[in-house]
Write a protein that binds this ligand. Structure first.
Ligand SMILES: *Cc1c(COP(=O)(O)O)cnc(C)c1O
Length: 386
């Protein structure tokens, strides 16, 4: 019997930097810091596409191959960050184009779009996640070029039905892009649901060790959008360094284990705190109380991710206080690393943030779930902290 998709991906990612170097026997690839490569006696490149490292480093190839195969796409591109990957798509648009983005999304990209779109003559409208008619109303037939979706979405983990969004986008002649940073290909493969492009902040789960900033795009087809994004990388120059690309490759080998572990612990933490006297609400797509649960159950496989939010009973100061009292959860931004993180999201997003003031965002790592629960309990002041 062939392995399940999630197990097939385990094999794919475990072999991410598999190399069988006939000269040295090395089982993992070397890091090549060279920026330029000498040509042979016929003035030919010794390896196709490897000539100057703004155009690509040898470490990109295995990483892009694994991501492309995991997502079921036709091509993948690594970038210097998730933001570089995302902005390459918007910078490929022409003035007069229209884009549609969700109201709840990664704040860095939302803020950048608010500045970029008016200055470059790109129209932008926002839709309510989970309301199919809101998305359909916002898309403009023949004018909208990109529909942007983030699922689960920061930091309420609202779920967008990718298949429905793809149908709506395609009916109007637009492409659907999915920021799948939180789901990773282990839990959701957007192209299988109809998406045209998948974006990742590889800084998060893909690398998984909080030591690399990187991004990736995976394309369903090698088309004009792929060529335009490749052009942006080459000439805009937001390229990943060789050491970072190598670390990313190394990190991805354990993606499967890390993601499934985080899913399991996140669900346990949610169940523990769901009816807790100090907690107003737990937001996690794996809970039946979450508005996106039914779609998540259809669209995600193997788990609901390692990200959740706790709405504390109390005000902003009370929530911030909890975040500063945790010991195992580090009080820091970012997500998807092996170590658990907690943050007061409204503080990080600043004064225009739509995030509730009592919301704490948790990135669940690979520690023992019991230890993480005990840490939160002591931070909430519900058990002896000594
Ligand atoms: C972090 C993040 C980004 C931005 O990625 P960087 O690697 O920090 O540039 C985009 N989308 C989501 C969902 C993120 O969590």
């Amino acid at each position: 019997m062939p392995p399940k998709t999630s197990d097939r991906l385990a094999t794919l990612f475990a072999g991410a930097c598999h190399l069988d170097d006939p000269k040295t026997g090395a089982v993992v690839p070397p890091i090549e810091p060279a920026t330029t490569y000498a040509r042979d006696a016929d003035y030919a490149l010794r390896r196709e596409g490897i000539s100057y490292s703004r155009d690509g480093n040898p470490a990109y190839l295995p990483a892009e191959t694994v991501l492309r195969e995991a997502e079921g796409g036709a091509a993948a591109l690594l970038f210097a960050s998730g933001m570089a990957a995302a902005t390459a798509l918007f910078q490929s648009l022409v003035p007069g184009a229209h884009v549609v983005v969700p109201k709840v999304m990664y704040h860095g990209l939302r803020d950048w779009l608010k500045d970029f779109c008016p200055r470059f003559g790109v129209g932008m409208d926002t839709f309510e996640i989970g309301e199919q008619c809101s998305l359909r109303r916002t898309i403009r037939e023949g004018k909208t070029r990109l529909v942007w979706v983030e699922t689960p979405a920061n930091p309420t983990w609202e779920i967008t039905d990718i298949a429905a969004a793809a149908e709506a986008a395609h009916a109007a002649g637009a492409k659907l892009v999915v920021d799948s940073t939180v789901a990773t290909p282990i839990l959701t493969r957007p192209i299988e649901h109809g998406a045209d492009i998948v974006m990742h902040s590889a800084t998060k789960y893909l690398n998984g060790h909080s030591d690399v900033v990187a991004g990736a795009l995976v394309f369903k087809a090698v088309d004009g959008d792929y060529e335009a994004a490749r052009y942006q990388r080459l000439h805009g120059g937001a390229v990943l360094g060789p050491f970072e690309a190598w670390l990313l490759l190394r990190g991805m080998r354990t993606l499967h284990l890390r993601v499934l572990r985080a899913c399991d612990s996140a669900l346990r933490i949610c169940h523990h705190f769901e009816h807790h006297p100090s907690i107003e609400q737990v937001r996690y797509p794996g809970l039946e109380s979450h508005p996106g649960h039914a779609v998540a159950r259809r669209q995600m496989s193997g788990g609901y991710g390692g990200m959740l939010s706790l709405l504390i009973k109390g005000d902003e100061n009370a929530a911030r206080g909890v975040a500063t009292r945790t010991r195992l959860f580090r009080t820091a931004t970012s997500l998807g690393g092996v170590e658990s993180l907690i943050e007061h999201r409204a503080t990080v997003e600043g004064p225009n943030s739509p995030v509730p003031p009592n919301l704490l965002r948790l990135s669940v790592g690979i520690e023992a779930a019991e230890d993480l629960i005990a840490d939160l309990e002591q931070a909430l002041g519900c058990s002896d902290a000594s």
